[in-house]
Design a protein around this ligand. Structure first.
Ligand code: SF4
Length: 368
């Protein structure tokens, strides 16, 4: 399996917590899209695998006109071999969703939407400086569900001011509306974001990790009761609705990332494109691919496997390791098994719900 990720580096306004690469000016949009089409044509020299998933992320791909998305999809289809049943996801923000766009996306072959709802409450949306309001969150989702069966929404918890009750109402609304996939993230204060600055200036309250942990534990219960499978630490799916694209990242499968800041992996090396729109366009103007790369050592590959698989329901399969690797991981895991943060069954290590609160720390402790 092989996937393509296309990064659309434009947003209407900056959400205060966001550290993705994007610009809020659309002045260079046409030139940037031309550069992306050129990159699609240039990268294909390295790629012969059948493409099973395509993912338009960002940034905000839904900002683009229908024809612009269609031209990118067309470029992918003309340079790559795309499976007839490929999963094709588009990230969309509620304020961009209209019937016309939904129809257009559907007719060009987009078959999965990832909607950045974040919250159904105006207090939270304003706190995050989202471009949409509470009414748009609900209406856009209703409308999207009339056109698309395969929908995921993003929700954020642990925002200061988000009570457990309001968090419950957010999750309950998504469940009641029949959303088959939820991606739920604890609000993280990333360095150099506007939120980081506002907290330092004491203009915004800092996050409370204890409240975040409580809200995560509650979420896991609610999702389970509603029949969602908690298949990755931030992701919950009704049967048959797991994200095939993201699952292939977690399974270490190769993918191509196109657009400024996009990452690629070919099984042996990681590449990351320059996170600067102008420099990206300048490089492609000269037919150059603007990336840096790192060849993974066997130890790095092993550590990546530990980190990523621990976050998934599949867990760390010790049977896939050499005997000495297996022994070392199992030895380091003992204290977490005793604390009931890890389960060891059928020679697979999986996090318990409590353990999921400490996933990164536990993974780091198991590293070589
Ligand atoms: S819309 Fe998404 S990518 Fe754009 S600023 Fe907000 S969170 Fe970041």
């Amino acid at each position: 399996m092989s996937g393509i990720y296309i990064h659309i580096p434009f947003c209407k306004q900056a959400c205060n917590y966001c550290n993705f690469h994007f610009a809020t000016s659309l002045l260079k949009k046409d030139a940037l899209l031309a550069a992306i089409r050129k990159e699609i044509a240039l990268t294909v020299k390295d790629q012969h695998a059948l493409i099973h998933t395509i993912y338009f992320g960002g940034g905000t791909p839904s900002l683009l006109h229908i024809d612009e998305i269609a031209s990118l999809l067309q470029a992918i289809r003309s340079f790559y071999k795309v499976d007839a049943h490929a999963e094709v996801t588009l990230e969309a923000n509620p304020d961009d969703i209209t019937e016309e766009k939904l129809q257009g996306w559907k007719s060009m072959g987009i078959n999965r939407l990832s909607i950045g709802i974040q919250s159904f409450f105006k207090e939270d949306l304003q706190w995050m400086n989202r471009a949409h309001n509470a009414g748009q969150a609900e209406r856009s989702l209703q409308l999207a569900l009339a056109y698309f069966e395969n929908i995921t929404i993003d929700l954020i918890y642990g925002t200061p001011g988000l009570t457990h009750e309001r968090w419950q109402q957010n999750v309950a609304k998504a469940i009641a509306m029949g959303v088959p996939h939820l991606s739920c993230y604890a609000l993280t204060v990333e360095p150099k974001t506007p939120l980081d600055k506002l907290i330092r200036l004491q203009k915004k309250e800092d996050v409370n990790p204890g409240v975040q942990s409580e809200q995560f534990l509650l979420l896991m219960d609610w999702a389970k009761q509603a029949g969602y499978e908690h298949y990755e630490i931030s992701n919950f799916a009704k049967p048959g609705f797991r994200s095939r694209h993201n699952a292939s990242y977690w399974q270490g499968k190769p993918y191509v990332g196109i657009g400024p800041s996009a990452h690629s992996f070919n099984g042996a090396e990681r590449r990351w494109n320059i996170a600067n729109n102008q420099k990206y366009m300048d490089a492609l103007e000269k037919e150059a691919l603007p990336f840096e790369k790192e060849v993974l050592t066997p130890v790095q590959k092993l550590n990546e496997y530990i980190m990523i698989s621990l976050r998934t329901v599949e867990g760390i399969d010790l049977k896939k390791m050499l005997q000495e690797e297996r022994s070392a991981v199992l030895k380091a895991a003992q204290k977490y098994i005793k604390q009931q943060l890890l389960l060891h069954e059928d020679d697979v290590l999986r996090l318990t719900n409590e353990g999921k609160l400490y996933a990164d720390g536990i993974a780091a402790d198991l590293f070589f």
